[in-house]
Design a protein around this ligand. Structure first.
Ligand SMILES: [Cu+2]
Length: 290
């Protein structure tokens, strides 16, 4: 970006100085006259003809086909956890032949839509001069999803129109750790309750509103671990839970950035709040289903 800007600046400077010299010569001619005083052309000094410079054609940025995918696509994808939203950033380089056409991006996967929520941005573009297209893929295994891991996603690119063509990236495995991470922060108390958040999502609703929309969790055969992560930078906390989630031992509070991580193996509802600072009216709610 900066180098392009520098080149532009240099070009502008060069043009400005050319204009300046031109203006100077013109002014000089107007004052003293620049014509051939003899009028026979003998004094005319013509520049020798400059041979036309052959500019080599710009190299095709994607020469191997219509679409060039990043070979590293998905390499930064970590194991997903339940409900957490994760993004994968990549880029697709398009052939110059596609300029002016519509290109669509999507994810191809055998994982059912209800088990893996996918968003691709942009989903569709009209190809302009810049054929290096950043693409962001957002992935989320809903907490109620039965997905066990082991299946793949592929980034699919498709050019529409008469020269319809398509291609796929390499396949990337979507690994899953069947764990529900819930980060909590805040000082507690009814006027200023904790916020409870599954990473990458909006805070979970609390109190009566939360009771109406509990976080529904699909229990695996081995159970599901719920990790309550203390995002309070200074204080330790104890999580008070009732129902399917056991109460955190009061003699083992969670320090900042630590976690309380019980394994849930029985179905049913559960609710939690801060043992020392809160009460049921600001609890967060869960529902575990087999
Ligand atoms: Cu308690």
């Amino acid at each position: 970006m900066s180098s392009r800007f520098e080149v532009m600046t240099m070009a502008i400077q060069r043009r400005t100085s050319t204009l300046f010299i031109g203006a100077f010569l013109f002014a000089g001619c107007a004052f003293a006259g620049c014509g051939d005083p003899a009028g026979d052309g003998a004094m005319a000094m013509e520049d020798p003809p400059v041979p036309p410079t052959e500019h080599p054609p710009e190299p095709e940025p994607c020469a191997t086909g219509a679409f060039c995918f990043d070979a590293q696509f998905g390499s930064q994808l970590q194991q997903l956890t339940l409900g957490a939203r994760t993004t994968v950033n990549t880029a697709v380089v398009l052939s110059k032949k596609l300029v002016g056409q519509t290109v669509n991006f999507s994810i191809v996967t055998p994982i059912p839509q209800s088990d893996l929520m996918i968003e691709v941005s942009p989903a569709s573009i009209t190809v302009g001069d810049d054929v290096n297209i950043p693409v962001e893929v957002s992935l989320q295994v809903p907490t109620a999803s039965a997905y066990e891991g082991g299946k793949t996603i592929t980034l699919h690119a498709e050019a529409m129109g008469p020269a319809a063509t398509s291609a796929d990236s390499k396949a990337v495995t979507v690994a899953l750790d069947p764990r529900l991470i819930v980060e909590y922060s805040g000082k507690g108390g009814m006027a200023n309750p904790h916020t409870w958040t599954i990473p990458g999502n909006d805070p979970l609703k609390i109190g009566i509103a939360g009771q109406k929309v509990p976080t529904v969790v699909k229990l695996r055969t081995q159970g599901v671990r719920v990790s309550f992560v203390n995002k309070d930078a200074t204080a330790s906390h104890v999580i008070h839970c009732g129902g399917a989630i056991p109460h955190q031992p009061t003699d083992k509070p969670t320090p900042p950035n630590g976690f309380y991580s019980p394994l849930i193996q029985t179905s049913g509802s559960a609710s939690c709040y801060d043992h020392n600072l809160e009460s049921q009216s600001v609890a967060v709610y869960f529902q575990f289903n087999k």
